[in-house]
Write a protein that binds this ligand. Structure first.
Ligand code: TTP
Ligand code: MG
Length: 401
């Protein structure tokens, strides 16, 4: 482990949605900003600025409770498009440092920096400092970063000195074990409430107590695979690799499901305009142009069509994109209620360049059940799960409860 140094970084933005709101509206700076459901309605807080957290407000708390704790809080609705746009900018900055970037959620990513350390005197901490500075300088937002020999420790580290923290975990195995020893078991990535309770049932509350457990004892309690997994993590061992987004920015798309199927074509058109403008912003945001545009229409009976158009040259202006989007829509002469409308661009090239960005791609990967229900509630639930249990929770369920 030690000969590898600290090649993994984990970055997590501070109070992300709230920070974006404060950045976009300076009057909100220093104020207790609460992003999520309104205080007088059902629904929860997505996040709160650190000023609001002082009053005990936190993510996933019912907004009504948040209001009781912080009546002078400024409640704002979720502007997911905006956060996604800023997220794209953050990920683009991360790619300036290393090609191996694994986004975990909208405000979080792992970076494998092993291959690029020569540019930073061989020291990942130099790179981490520069990274934080660049995000602050360009975006006026703060990020917390953990630097460590592996993913688990990097994620743990980024959380330790929030907000605006930089935490470095030593790469020496004995120091790591000592560092983990006093921490509560919940700090282990993948240990949720149920597991923590089960462990507490036999008196295990700290990571140190897991370190000292014999693996067979732990297996009896948690099953073989899970027991081994957390036992390894408790010793600071984690061999999961950072998996770079395989096709970063090969396509950008956006779609919307109507609450009720929409029979008014003007509303469908207007929605398509907004979606297209959003994609256009994100495209320019990452300094790229597109050779292909595509619309997707799903009808009330779930029949779905996609229609595509290629441009003579690569484009990035709203005018070109809107002409394509609306042209494709009008060509369909739609006369049935629409359930979902989407727009996307693909075959992206660098703004100044113009070279091919690569081969064929799927603009709208076929995940109907997820895509159809893409509403605020699901977004926030997914974010919450990923945040709590790590990025794999929604893919693999074998050893999780
Ligand atoms: P987090 O990184 O967990 O939280 P945060 O960035 O607001 O605060 P910090 O990292 O400084 O502790 O989540 C990122 C965003 O995801 C958050 O700004 C809002 C959203 N989110 C939800 O919508 N619901 C949730 O339950 C959580 C935890 C996050
Ligand atoms: Mg965050």
């Amino acid at each position: 482990m030690s000969e590898l140094g600290c090649p993994i970084l984990h970055l997590d933005m501070d109070a992300f949605y709230a920070a974006v709101e404060q950045r976009d509206n300076p009057a909100l700076r220093g104020q207790p900003v609460i992003v999520g459901a309104p205080p007088n309605q059902r629904g929860v807080v997505c996040t709160a600025s650190y000023e609001a957290r002082r009053f005990g407000v936190h993510s996933a708390m019912p907004s009504r409770t948040a209001y009781k704790k912080c009546p002078h809080g400024i409640f704002l609705p979720v502007r997911m498009d905006r956060y996604q746009e800023v997220s794209d900018q953050i990920m683009a900055i991360l790619h300036e440092f290393t090609p191996i970037v694994e986004p975990v959620s909208v405000d979080e990513a792992f970076l494998d920096v092993r291959g690029v350390l020569h540019a930073w005197d061989g020291d990942a901490v130099n790179l981490a400092r520069a990274l934080r500075q660049r995000i602050r300088g360009r975006l006026d937002l703060t990020a917390s970063v953990g630097v460590a020999p592996n993913k688990f420790l990097a994620k743990l580290a980024s959380d330790l000195e929030k907000p605006d923290g930089l935490t470095v975990i030593p790469s020496d195995a004995a120091a790591i074990v000592a560092f983990l020893e006093p921490l509560p078991v919940r700090k282990i990535w993948g240990v949720g409430e149920v597991t923590a309770e089960r462990l507490a049932g036999v008196g295990i509350r700290t990571i140190g107590q897991i370190q000292r457990q014999r693996l067979p004892e732990l297996t009896k309690l948690l099953g073989e695979a899970f027991a081994r997994h957390i036992w390894e993590l408790a010793h600071g061992r984690d061999d999961r690799t950072v998996i770079a987004d395989p096709v970063p920015e090969k396509s950008i798309s956006n779609e919307e499901t109507f609450i009720e199927d929409c029979a008014d074509l003007r509303v469908v058109r207007q929605t398509l305009v907004e979606l297209t403008e959003n994609v256009g912003r994100r495209l320019r945001n990452v300094g790229r142009r597109a050779r292909t545009a595509q619309i997707k229409v799903r009808f009330g009976d779930f029949k779905t069509i996609t229609r595509q158009q290629s441009f003579a040259g690569a484009v990035s202006s709203d005018r070109d994109l809107l002409a394509a989007a609306l042209g494709l829509l009008d060509h369909e002469r739609i006369s049935r209620p629409v359930r979902l409308i989407g727009f996307g661009v693909s075959s992206l090239v660098d703004e100044e360049g113009g070279g091919e960005a690569g081969g064929q791609l799927l603009l709208f990967p076929d995940e109907p059940s997820v895509v159809q229900q893409r509403d605020a509630a699901l977004d926030s639930a997914v974010d919450r799960l990923r945040h709590k249990y790590g990025p794999d929770i929604l893919k693999r369920g074998d050893w999780r409860r």
